[in-house]
Write a protein that binds this ligand. Sequence first.
Ligand SMILES: [Fe+2]
Ligand SMILES: [Fe+2]
Length: 347
Amino acid sequence: MLSINQLQEKSSNLQDRSWPPVNKFQGFSGLIKDFLYLDVTQQYEILAKSRDNSEEHGKFIHESLGLIYAYVLGYEDSPCYITTNEELEIKLQQLKIVLERELMNYWLDIPVIPQQLNQGEAVDYLNKKILDNSGVYHELFDYIATKASKTSVITFLQNEVIRNEVVDDEVALLVKGLQGLLKKVVASNLWDECGRGKLNDFHTYWLRMLLEELNGWNQLSDYRKLTSPWYAKITSNSFNMLLTRPGYKYMAYGAFLIFESWVHPHFERIIAGLKRVGIDQEDLSIYFTAHLAIDQYHTRELLAGIANQEPRLNQAEVDQILLGSHLAIAAGTAQYGRMLSYLSTLK
Ligand SMILES: [Fe+2]
Ligand SMILES: [Fe+2]
């Protein structure tokens, strides 16, 4: 419970900025606009034909899904910001399902899961999996730690803000449809994300501090408009797909476990990179330093939630958690490899 005093909390200077720091919706690109009003069969056919070119295929899927999740979350970059438009929304919802099918079945390369694990065996499997997978020690993060130029590190930070700017919404979406211990764990995680009642401790507030310290508010706006690469959206889009399709809710939990388990190994390397290029002021790096301990704990909580959930999870539910973890690894690995190639080209 919050005390009324907490609601009279004097807001600090960064709270008066609107968040997330997105640009207003600027209209659909020609390609998406044409595609949006086709019928489902035509959409499937066109997507099927474009599968030969994985990069073009991925670019279209992820740019379009990025726009659709902006609509789902309803901030200023949504085509329906504080308004409704039945004709358009029906088409957006249709496109969402068409593209999610494509992402899940054809674009992401998700390794098969072990068969017939029970709840306890699944936890043992996940305990090992979080220590050994293709994303946890991805060379992208060694590159940030040891080699990336200052420009590359700053570009990487812009993408980190984009990737994490609505993480509290993502956790909020994860709460729905879970019961018992799983809900308790995720609700507690959401309370942490929301600063345990203090605006200045919202995890997104630390991203505000990062942008302020970098003097990066305007640059981020331009970067989004002009340069932000489509593959920076792979993990967010994949996670938002799971979060907004009720039938994937246990997959979302499994994916979140992987994302949380990656934070410590990734952020250690990011912090080393910030120090190396001389941008490790406390206000700038707090987002990363604070998360080192928090997300190790969140990972343990998420695993304990699965281990002790009652009623016991049935086979389909266990399998979904495992598949979600594999999906997250596939999505992260697809994103990190492309990000590494891109950042390596920046001087
Ligand atoms: Fe967080
Ligand atoms: Fe967390």
